[in-house]
Write a protein of this length. Sequence first.
Length: 257
Amino acid sequence: MSQQEGHTPDVVVLTDADQLARSVASALVARLAAAQAVHGTASVVLTGGGVGTAVLERVAALAAEPEHAVVDWAAVDVWWGDERFVPVGHPDRNELGARESLLSKVALDPERVHPIPSSDAGFDEPEEAATWYAEQLAAVAAEGESMPRIDVLLLGMGPEGHVASIFPESPAVTDDRPVVAVRDCPKPPPTRVSLGFSAITAAEEVWLLVSGEGKAEAVARALSGADPVQLPAAGARGKRATRWLLDAAAASRLPRA
């Protein structure tokens, strides 16, 4: 699989993880408001992890301030990039962290919040849950499309370069379905449901949020054109823009300008 052509990723470096979360939160609020100004609605794909959760906490704080209340949260569609196939309410679920940090604090339309099914939601296997989630995405997509408009798709990255639950040299790397079941993940819990590359690269903008020196080598490799089979983050590209949002530690292996 080759990287999409057409634009060079933007790289933004912030001082530390706290500044990174604050900057991303402000940019996300602005981007969703801009999408609503054009389309009347906005759509975001959330990620878990420390930075992803910190961003949502900052977004919640901004939403509580009158001067930043520019997003009509009732007209925002919320999706997830991946989820652990564990019971609802389990602490490993990205959904739980998102609801606690942001979704419970803004006036969302419940019909526009689309969690990936839990293991106790009536699906015996993650493959069934993946098929169902793909159907939910397609149901609100334009005719003939498998994905709706996604204004911003947020991704974290693991130290080995995984994004969502697409791990290096795993079957998910070359699976062209929009949503895939993932088994035997090297990082627990081992069974997951994840957007595939065809869904990720259909987003208008993909933002990769990365913090920490332990991920610096993978950041440098991804931005130097690594093969996505070996380093999946290298294949995470948006249709219109790709933004790498890093703290100084994560950017420490990049070439000096």
